[in-house]
Design a protein around this ligand. Structure first.
Ligand SMILES: NC(=O)C1=CN([C@@H]2O[C@H](COP(=O)(O)OP(=O)(O)OC[C@H]3O[C@@H](n4cnc5c(N)ncnc54)[C@H](O)[C@@H]3O)[C@@H](O)[C@H]2O)C=CC1
Ligand SMILES: O=C(O)C(=O)COP(=O)(O)O
Length: 523
């Protein structure tokens, strides 16, 4: 397994990767060079510098995981990665304190004109009046985005005696109260704050969250800080508001284009800037590099990483508990796909008994994966649900109290205008999976290998001649299961065979008197 590290990653992370993978550290690749090189790698480790575009992902034929050593993933086309089945992970928490401390450093530098005063003194001036600042004590701080970083800033700035308002549509009033602060509307924040700092991800909703109109309602002399992402505050509008003196100053760590050559904010003396340094501390860089390396190695080993952004979060305990069901339903999905005809538009999974009491999400995904794999789609845990939707098949998952006598039972039904196929399975004993019913036929079939499934009349002298046909073609039968409908004139015969059976042999089987149809299945 090979990993490309395309942004500066701390040595601790690189060394961890090297314990199990071949590592190439190649930074400053052009977009074209990245597209050219990515095809050789199983994993990619990045920070904010590398743009993982749809073109890069299209060229990434072996790539299994993109590891972001940091939080923001606006530089990764996650939709494209998901469709290609590539896991995207990040490392939340590793740089929270550093980003919060940098934001506060920027806020205080802004309040006290430190960068300008520093430059002026070093240029030979001694101008104390010009750099008179303001206190933050007793001022209102508006925090937009009360996640990890926003919350750390809130608790620290309370100690400075600031009144704090926060806006975050995903945070409860209880959470804000726990932090000792008050939730407010965006408008309240704009109208009442002396300092405004943004800590949201950059998304469709947060791009230009603060623009011309918002500046119009702010307190004259407000100061703004952006240590989150360039573009959350519209750069042209901010530069204009600073130039016109409506905004007293701004402290900016991040830009829509980095490096920010030609950015209007660089021309404003009232704007202090740093080159995206929020996470650039010794501590944060070790944290995020080690955390990303661990997750890349987990994916390489076939495990699920804890911070995958395009997969359901599944704990290792859930995964261990559900593994036998995942293995069973993957095979059930394969079986349903092979028994069904084209034109299905619905896949329904029903859980009964003990399995229904657990987190069935990973089981459902496994069923879909098995179903799609068997139809020739290359599906995995990341892209299965997206691919199923693309195939026009609606998925439903439900739970039932009825178990038909089993301690646990999973039913998978594939249906469409032409009819339906149902497969029932259970896990018993030492975590062994069995298929216990196919449509109306009760069976008891192990979930592995090759099998012939035949429907035949429910009368003597059919099974024997079928075995003779297989024997004549030197096909060894490893197991045999027959089942009949609760009532009715047909039976199912399932023969486990060691090797695939030719179309010709299947043809001879279907010519045995009483055999209605026969099919080769590979689980
Ligand atoms: N300058 C730097 O070096 C660094 C920048 N960052 C940036 O800071 C951002 C925040 O990081 P964390 O606090 O760790 O992430 P987080 O996920 O803990 O917090 C983000 C918060 O934003 C909120 N949010 C989402 N959409 C919103 C909206 N439309 N309006 C208001 N709030 C909204 C979320 O509910 C969440 O509470 C990251 O996404 C990243 O872009 C993070 C680390 C370092
Ligand atoms: O974690 C984040 O979102 C950051 O912005 C840090 O970016 P960086 O890893 O320093 O390029």
């Amino acid at each position: 397994m090979k990993v490309l590290v395309s942004d500066p990653l701390s040595e601790e992370g690189v060394r961890k990767l090297e314990t199990e993978m071949e590592v190439d550290v190649i930074t400053n690749l052009s977009p074209e060079e990245l597209v050219e090189r990515i095809k050789d790698y199983d994993a990619l480790a990045i920070r904010s510098g590398t743009k993982v575009t749809a073109e890069v992902i299209a060229a990434a034929d072996k790539l299994k995981v993109i590891g972001r050593a940091g939080v923001g993933v606006d530089n990764v086309d996650i939709d494209a990665a998901t469709k290609k089945g590539i896991i995207v992970v990040n490392t939340p928490g590793g740089n929270t304190i550093s980003a919060a401390e940098h934001t506060i450093a920027m806020m205080l530098s802004l309040a006290r004109n430190i960068p300008l005063a520093n430059a002026s003194l070093k240029a030979g001036e001694w101008n104390r009046k010009k750099y008179t600042g303001v206190e933050v004590y007793n001022k209102t701080l508006g925090i937009v985005g009360l996640g990890r970083i926003g919350a750390e800033i809130a608790s620290r700035m309370k100690a400075f005696g600031m009144r704090i308002l926060a806006y975050d549509p995903f945070v409860t009033a209880e959470r804000a109260a726990d932090l000792g602060i008050r939730l407010a509307t965006l408008d309240e924040i704009f109208r009442e704050s002396d300092f405004i700092t943004v800590h949201t991800p950059l998304t469709k909703e947060t791009r230009n969250l603060i623009d011309e109109d918002q500046f119009k309602i702010m307190k004259p002399g407000v100061r703004l800080i952006n240590c989150a992402r360039g573009g959350i505050i519209n750069e042209e509008a901010l530069a204009k508001a600073v130039a016109e003196g409506r905004v007293a100053g701004a402290a900016i760590d991040v830009f829509t284009k980095e490096p920010p050559a030609g950015n209007p904010l660089l021309d404003q003396a009232g704007v202090i800037v740093t080159p995206h340094l929020g996470a650039s501390t010794a501590e944060a860089q070790v944290n995020v590099a080690v955390a990303v390396a661990e997750q890349i190695l987990a994916v390489a080993r076939g495990e699920l990483p804890p911070n995958a952004l395009n997969m359901p979060a599944i704990s290792s305990e859930t995964l261990a508990a559900m593994r036998p069901f995942m293995d069973l339903v993957e095979k059930m999905g394969r079986l349903a796909a092979q028994l069904g005809e084209d034109g299905y538009d619905r896949l329904e999974i029903v859980y009964g008994g003990t399995v229904a009491e657990k987190d069935t999400k990973p089981v459902t995904i496994s069923a879909v994966k098995g179903f799609l794999d068997s139809l020739g789609h290359s599906a995995n845990f990341v892209n299965s649900l997206v691919k199923l939707r693309e195939c026009g098949i609606a998925l439903t998952e439900s739970k039932t109290d009825s178990t038909n006598g089993y301690s646990n039972i999973v039913t998978l039904t594939l249906s469409g205008p032409k009819g339906s196929v149902s497969v029932y399975g259970t896990v018993y004993g030492k975590n062994e999976g069995r298929i216990v019913q196919i449509n109306e036929y009760r069976v008891y079939v192990p979930t592995e290998g090759y099998m012939i499934m035949a429907i035949h009349e429910d009368r003597p002298n059919i099974i024997g001649p079928c075995c003779v046909v297989l024997g004549e073609d030197s096909i060894n039968i490893g197991g045999m299961h027959v089942g009949r409908k609760a009532s009715g004139g047909e039976q199912i015969m399932v023969l486990n065979v060691d090797h695939p059976v030719s179309e010709e042999t299947l043809g001879r089987l279907t010519s045995v008197s009483g055999v209605i149809k026969a099919k080769m299945i590979k689980l």
